[in-house]
Design a protein around this ligand. Structure first.
Ligand SMILES: Cc1cc2nc3c(=O)[nH]c(=O)nc-3n(C[C@H](O)[C@H](O)[C@H](O)COP(=O)(O)OP(=O)(O)OC[C@H]3O[C@@H](n4cnc5c(N)ncnc54)[C@H](O)[C@@H]3O)c2cc1C
Length: 587
């Protein structure tokens, strides 16, 4: 019995997979090319979309007990590329619904906190990742991800695997010979036999075979158009063509059909006596009634001119508990990047905040992390929009601004990135660059960001310029994404700050818009300063609607040393990150 199982965690760039699972080996020569970011809510709805929405509880039972192969998209609901790809995936699932007994389509949301351990076990670091049960479907960077391409990849997989591992319900997909076909003529049978004649490169025959796999009283085969005399004898003048052998052995070409998969399949399904088999529905463990920790249920009113600690905390929560947590172990360059991120955040993070305190290992281990993400300034009008990627931008803008406001905080960070004094001025950017490269779930975003970084990040020679560099590049991204599917209609991608929030930032020179960069810098330094952070809606508040309480905490924080990185009050930067004593280069 064919047993479907999941894939072996992969080794990536020196990182060790610590928990090898008893999973089939993916094609070793192929590297997964994966995309996008992270967070909240669901792109696919069970019972509504024509695919199986898997969860941490159901994925193993589904794959392990399956007599069909699976192709599973590991996605993250708020990942831009996942959102953009969802209509294709849904359409694909609908298109191949009849193939279910041979190959099933599923999804698993790795942005859902309850699923991230599972995603980690499957070695998923970026989204969307497409993995097949007993195979990986890989999308080379920039490859055409059209429905048809994916469908053909599924067929290639089914056909190219040996009979032992092919799902038992999958019919033979190889072509039959002329003599095989002739042997069926003029003989009684219990069923129709349809033969799709086609060229070597055509997928129509295999698609029709799979379309009819759940139908009884019919068998579909395919034949190639090599044997010209035989084709002539059958009256076949063009391919693809469909030839039908009746149960009584009589045979003939089906005429008047457009040579398309849909025409062939629907004609064959409509033959008298051809019916869909009754199949038992897939039984999966019902999802536990867990708290929907990442769903946005109630719109929170907020002030666009302020920065919300809830966003920064939730961003960190997601960064540590989901994005970083998908890595089983951090070693080498990844570990260094993480350590540098911790160091930088501790040195320049906002004073006295829970957010700053999070940067200790104890919080990373989960003890003091917020229990759930709670977006305020990063709320989306739909749960899959904004969220984590918004908070990540805000986090890094805050860090560049804090570094510029308190330059002494970055003293003695020479070994942080191994950079020289001038390059150290851009250290926050460099650490951000490496974070995005190593950890950001959105691979395509990371590639775009890296292109911008390569182009000009090294020329940033002051802390102020670092603030402006990030602002400018963020606007480049805004410009690129304006009108994109991932744009929240309530939060259009605009060149920021807009004139209403910073009139002084905008000028016109000879009728052309121009930024006043000095004013922009001033604005950013004020917008991303500690003083502009509101604590309303943070988890420590018992009543999130209680503004007073939030402000109290702000007052308390303001009583803390103003510049912890400068005067030594903040000891977090001196804290050692616990290191595996047997392997000090691994976390
Ligand atoms: C490094 C990085 C690269 C990304 N690349 C891509 C990509 O290639 N494709 C893709 O689909 N998604 C990408 N994303 C996600 C995308 O940029 C948005 O984060 C996401 O679409 C959510 O948008 P948003 O409306 O919340 O605004 P965001 O762009 O996330 O901005 C968050 C907040 O930052 C403030 N802000 C806006 N512009 C600026 C600015 N110029 N300077 C300072 N503050 C600003 C505003 O208050 C805004 O609400 C990337 C994210 C990051 C962190």
């Amino acid at each position: 019995r064919h047993r479907c199982s999941s894939g072996t965690p992969r080794r990536r760039g020196g990182r060790r997979a610590l928990l090898p699972l008893p999973l089939p080996v993916p094609f070793p020569a192929l590297l997964p090319v994966l995309l996008a970011a992270a967070t909240t809510a669901r792109l696919y709805r069970p019972g509504h979309d024509p695919l199986t929405v898997l969860t941490a509880d159901s994925v193993r039972p589904a794959l392990l007990n399956s007599s069909a192969a699976w192709v599973v998209q590991f996605y993250s609901s708020s990942c831009g590329h996942c959102i953009a790809f969802a209509p294709t995936w849904r359409a694909l699932a609908g298109d191949v619904k009849d193939w279910d007994s041979a190959i099933r389509v599923g999804v698993l949301d790795c942005g859902e906190e309850g699923n991230y351990e599972t995603c980690k076990e499957y070695g998923i670091h970026y989204y969307p990742t497409f993995r097949g049960c007993v195979f990986w479907i890989l999308f080379p960077a920039g490859a055409d991800r059209e429905l048809q391409t994916v469908r053909q990849m599924m067929i290639d997989f089914l056909q190219n695997h040996s009979k032992e591992v092919r799902p038992p319900a999958c019919p033979p997909l190889d072509p039959v010979s002329s003599s095989d076909i002739t042997s069926l003529f003029d003989k009684n049978s219990h069923h129709y036999t349809a033969i799709v004649f086609e060229s070597n490169s055509s997928y129509v025959g295999r698609e029709v075979i799979l379309d009819l796999v759940q139908y009884e009283n019919i068998v579909v085969r395919r034949a190639l158009n090599f044997d010209k005399p035989f084709l002539e004898k059958l009256g076949i003048t063009s391919v693809p063509s469909c030839y039908l052998i009746q149960p009584n052995g009589s045979h003939g070409l089906i005429n008047n059909l457009k040579p398309l998969r849909s025409f062939f399949s629907s004609y064959l399904k409509s033959l008298p006596g051809v019916r869909k088999k009754l199949l038992l529905p897939l039984q999966l463990p019902a999802p536990e009634n867990k708290e929907e920790s990442t769903e946005i249920k109630v719109w929170k009113e907020f002030d666009k001119s302020r920065l919300y600690m809830a966003d920064l905390e939730s961003g960190l929560h997601f960064l540590l508990r989901v994005e970083l947590a998908t890595h089983k172990a951090l070693e080498g360059a990844e570990l260094k990047t993480f350590k540098d991120f911790v160091t930088i955040s501790a040195k320049v993070g906002t004073s006295g905040s829970t957010y700053l305190k999070y940067i200790s290992f104890f919080q990373i281990s989960g003890i003091f992390l917020t229990k759930k993400v709670q977006w305020v300034g990063c709320q989306g009008s739909r749960p899959e929009l904004r969220g984590y990627s918004c908070s990540l931008w805000k986090l890094f803008h805050t860090l560049t601004v804090q570094a510029a406001l308190r330059p002494k905080a970055l003293q003695n960070t020479g070994d942080c990135s191994g950079h020289s004094e001038p390059a150290r001025k851009a250290i926050v950017l460099q650490v951000m660059r490496r974070y995005i490269q190593h950890f950001f779930g959105c691979k395509a975003c990371a590639q775009h960001f890296e292109e911008m970084a390569k182009e000009s990040m090294d020329s940033v020679k002051s802390l102020d310029k670092a603030v402006l560099w990030l602002w400018e590049k963020h606007n480049v991204v805004n410009n690129r994404l304006a009108g994109d599917l991932t744009e929240d209609p309530k939060f259009p991608k605009v060149q920021w700050p807009t004139p209403d929030i910073c009139p002084a930032c905008h000028e016109e020179i000879k009728g052309l818009h121009s930024w006043n960069e000095d004013q922009v810098l001033q604005f950013l330094k004020s917008h991303y300063s500690s003083e502009n952070i509101l604590y309303k809606y943070t988890e420590s508040q018992t009543d999130s609607s209680d503004n007073e309480q939030g402000d109290m905490r702000e007052v308390q924080d303001k009583n803390l040393p103003k510049n912890p990185g400068e005067n030594g009050e903040n000891k977090l930067q001196d804290k050692e990150i616990p290191i595996d004593s047997a392997n000090p280069d691994k976390l």
